[in-house]
Design a protein around this ligand. Structure first.
Ligand SMILES: Nc1ncnc2c1ncn2[C@@H]1O[C@H](COP(=O)(O)OP(=O)(O)O)[C@@H](O)[C@H]1O
Ligand SMILES: [Mg+2]
Length: 593
C-alpha cells in the first residue's frame, strides 16, 4: 500500500469527482435497498387480502386490489430506475477520473523517460520499459477506477444491507449470515489461486512476445542461417507451455462461479428454513422471507468480489512499485542554464578522459582538440579506438570523467543542452531510420519547417536522388521498420541527407560512409566541401578523411598522430601504413573485377 500512496497526488486532484462519486454510490445503494421492502409490503398485502377473502368478513373490490399492486410495481420500477441512474453517474465520476489520471501518469512517465540519458537505456531493455508504460499503468488504472469504485460500492452496500437486515429481523439475519465467512474465505483462496496462475500465464505471455519480437527483428539472420525450423520448434515449445498454463487457470476459474452459486444456495436454504420456522411461530411474515432472499443476493456479490478487488489492489501495488522505480531514477545528464549563443564559433576538447560505466579500460584518455569554424576535421583509427565515444561525448550523451568539452568557451555541462544539440547535424554510426516515408525521414532532421526544394537539394548532395526512381513511390515510398527496405548504403545516404536538412552549424559523420563505395563517397565529400560548414568526419578509412584540414589519428583512446594528409604521410607512422594497406586493398579489389 506504501507504493500506491504515490498516486494520492493524482487522486487529490480529482477529490471533487471522487467525493461526488461516493455520494452517488450511497444514493444508488440506498434506492436499491428500498426495493426488497416493496416486495415485502406487496407479499404481506397479498397475504392480508387472501386472508380477508377466505374469512369473508369484508367484500373485496377487485379494481382496488389491482390498483394497489400496480402501485407497488410502479414504485419498485421507479426505485430501480433511480438506483440505476445514480450508478451510471457514479461510474461517470470515478471511471472517468481514473482514465484522466491514467493519461497523466502515462504522460509523466513518457516525459520522464525522455529526460533520461543513454546510460539508462543501456541498462533497461525496450521490452521492460514498454511493459512499465503499458501493462503496469493499466494495472494501476484498474486500482484507480474499478478498484476504488467497487471498494466504495461494496463497503456502502454491505453496511446498508446489514443495517436494514438487522432492523427487520435480528434472528433471521444472524442465521442467514452464518455461511458468509465461509464464502469470503473460500473465495479468497480460489481468487489467490486464480491470481497466482494468471501471473504465471502473463509471464509466459511476455516471454513469448519478447521471443517473437526478437525473432522478427532478426529475421534476416534466421533466413540466412536457414534456422526457420529451429525457431518454429522453439516457438511451439513456448506456446505449448502457454497452453498448459492457460488450462491450469481455466481449471480454477471454472471452480469460481459454481462455488459462489453453491454458497448463495446455502444462504437461501437457511433463509427458507429459518424463515419458515419463524413464520410458523409468528415471528416473521411471508414478505420477510422474500425480502431476505433479495438481501442475500445483494450481499453475496460484494462478499464474493472482495477477493477480486484485493487482487486488483495487490497487482496495482506491484505495478506501481515498478513505476516508482522508474520514476525515481534521476537523469545523470542534466542540462545547464547558459545559453551557448547563436552559432558555434569554437569547439574545444581539453584533456578529456572517459571510461564507460562499469568498464575497466579508459575509452578516451587525455584527448585535446580545438575545432575552428569552417574547419574539416578527420578522426581515423581502427574499430574500438574510441571514435564513436568521442562523438557521444560531443553530443553530451555522457560526461567526461576528466577534462572538459567547451562550446564557445562554455563547458557543455553548463550549456543549454537542447540549444546546443539543435546546432549539430549528426549521422550516427548505426543509421536508424523511422518507418515512415523517405521524405518524412529527411524532414525529421529539420526544425519543423517543410521545404520540398530543400529536401531535393540535400538528397542531391547525399547522392540519393539517383536511387529514387528505383522506389515504387519515389520520395514517398514508405520504409519498412528501421528502413529494412533500403540497402546499407542507401540507409547511410538517407541519414546524411537528414543531417544536412537540418542546416547545422557542425556536421558530424560517424563512419557514415562505411557502406558507400569510394567513388560515391568522393562525390558526396566533394559537394560537402563546397559548403563551408564545420565538419567532423569519423572513419576507419583513410579515403574518407584525406581531404580534411586536420586529421587526428586515434589508437586506444589516445591521439597518436595529427596533421594533414601530406604531413601524416611524411611522418611515415601509423597513418602512412594504414594508407598503404588500404590502397593495396583497393587495387586488389579492382584487380579482381
Ligand atoms: N556502451 C559501452 N559500454 C562499455 N564500453 C563501450 C561502450 N561502447 C563502446 N565501448 C568500448 O569503448 C571502446 C571504444 O569504442 P568506440 O568508441 O565504439 O570505438 P570506435 O567507434 O572507434 O570503433 C571500445 O573498447 C569499446 O569496447
Ligand atoms: Mg564507431
Amino acid at each position: 500500500m506504501k507504493e500506491l500512496s504515490k498516486l494520492n497526488r493524482y487522486l487529490w486532484q480529482y477529490k471533487k469527482e471522487l467525493a461526488i462519486g461516493l455520494l452517488f454510490v450511497i444514493l444508488s445503494n440506498y434506492f436499491a435497498i428500498r426495493q426488497p421492502k416493496i416486495v415485502r409490503d406487496t407479499l404481506d398485502k397479498a397475504t392480508e387480502i387472501i386472508e380477508q377473502y377466505q374469512s369473508g368478513d369484508m367484500p373485496i373490490d377487485p379494481g382496488h386490489v389491482t390498483g394497489t399492486f400496480i402501485g407497488f410495481g410502479i414504485k419498485f420500477l421507479i426505485f430501480a430506475l433511480i438506483s440505476g441512474v445514480f450508478l451510471f453517474l457514479m461510474r461517470q465520476m470515478i471511471i472517468v477520473a481514473s482514465r484522466k489520471i491514467e493519461k497523466q501518469l502515462k504522460d509523466d512517465i513518457y516525459a520522464h523517460l525522455q529526460s533520461l540519458s543513454m546510460s539508462f537505456y543501456r541498462k533497461y531493455g525496450t521490452g521492460d520499459i514498454m511493459a512499465r508504460v503499458t501493462e503496469d499503468v493499466a494495472n494501476v488504472r484498474m486500482y484507480l477506477g474499478p478498484g476504488i469504485m467497487y471498494t466504495i460500492n461494496f463497503a456502502s452496500n454491505i453496511v446498508l444491507v446489514l443495517i436494514v437486515m438487522f432492523s427487520v429481523n435480528v434472528k433471521m439475519t444472524f442465521y442467514v449470515l452464518l455461511p458468509m465467512p465461509v464464502l469470503a474465505i473460500s473465495i479468497y483462496y480460489v481468487n489467490k489461486l486464480i491470481h497466482d496462475r494468471s501471473t504465471i500465464l502473463q509471464e509466459q505471455m511476455s516471454r513469448i512476445s519478447t521471443y517473437v519480437q526478437e525473432m522478427y527483428s532478426g529475421i534476416r539472420v534466421i533466413k540466412a542461417f536457414a534456422a526457420e525450423r529451429k525457431v518454429i520448434r522453439a516457438f511451439e515449445g513456448q506456446s505449448s507451455e502457454y497452453r498448459n498454463k492457460a488450462l491450469a487457470l481455466v481449471q480454477v476459474n471454472a471452480l469460481f462461479i459454481p462455488l459462489i452459486l453453491f454458497l448463495i444456495g446455502l444462504c437461501n436454504l437457511i433463509t427458507i428454513y429459518i424463515g419458515g420456522q419463524l413464520y410458523m411461530a409468528g415471528g416473521a411474515s411471508a414478505g420477510n422471507i422474500a425480502e431476505f432472499f433479495m438481501y442475500v443476493g445483494r450481499l453475496t456479490w460484494p462478499v464474493a468480489a472482495i477477493g477480486w478487488v484485493t487482487a486488483i489492489i495487490q497487482r496495482a501495488a506491484a505495478s506501481q512499485k515498478r513505476i516508482n522505480e522508474l520514476m525515481d531514477i534521476k537523469p545523470d545528464i542534466v542540462a545547464g542554464q547558459v545559453d551557448p549563443g547563436n552559432g558555434i564559433h569554437s569547439l574545444e576538447f581539453e584533456n578529456v578522459s572517459f571510461s564507460y560505466p562499469g568498464a575497466k579500460r579508459k575509452a578516451i584518455s587525455g584527448f585535446n582538440l580545438t575545432i575552428r569554424p569552417g574547419q574539416k576535421v578527420g578522426l581515423v583509427g581502427r574499430t574500438g579506438s574510441g571514435k564513436t565515444t568521442l562523438v557521444n561525448l560531443l553530443l553530451r550523451q555522457y560526461d567526461p570523467s576528466n577534462g572538459s568539452i567547451r562550446v564557445n568557451g562554455i563547458d557543455l555541462r553548463q550549456a543549454q543542452l537542447m540549444a546546443f544539440r539543435q546546432m549539430l547535424g549528426v549521422v550516427p554510426q548505426d543509421s536508424f531510420l523511422f518507418s515512415e516515408s523517405l521524405y518524412n525521414n529527411v524532414l525529421w532532421g529539420g526544425n519543423g519547417v517543410d521545404s520540398p526544394e530543400k529536401v531535393e537539394e540535400v538528397l542531391q548532395i547525399a547522392d540519393l536522388a539517383k536511387d529514387l526512381d528505383g522506389f515504387p513511390k519515389g520520395l514517398h515510398t514508405l520504409l519498412g521498420e528501421r528502413g529494412i527496405t533500403l540497402s546499407g548504403g542507401q540507409k547511410q545516404r538517407l541519414s546524411i541527407a537528414r543531417a544536412l536538412y537540418r542546416q547545422p552549424q557542425v556536421l558530424v559523420f560517424d563512419d557514415s560512409f562505411s557502406a558507400v563505395d569510394t567513388n560515391t563517397e568522393a562525390k558526396i565529400l566533394e559537394q560537402l566541401n563546397r559548403k563551408k560548414v564545420t565538419t567532423i568526419i569519423v572513419s576507419h578509412r583513410v579515403s574518407t578523411v584525406m581531404n580534411a584540414d586536420l586529421i587526428v589519428v586515434l589508437d586506444q583512446g589516445r591521439i597518436i598522430e595529427q596533421g594533414n594528409h601530406k604531413q601524416l604521410l611524411d611522418i611515415g607512422g601509423y597513418y602512412h601504413s594504414l594508407h598503404k594497406k588500404q590502397l593495396l586493398e583497393t587495387e586488389l579489389s579492382h584487380a579482381k573485377i
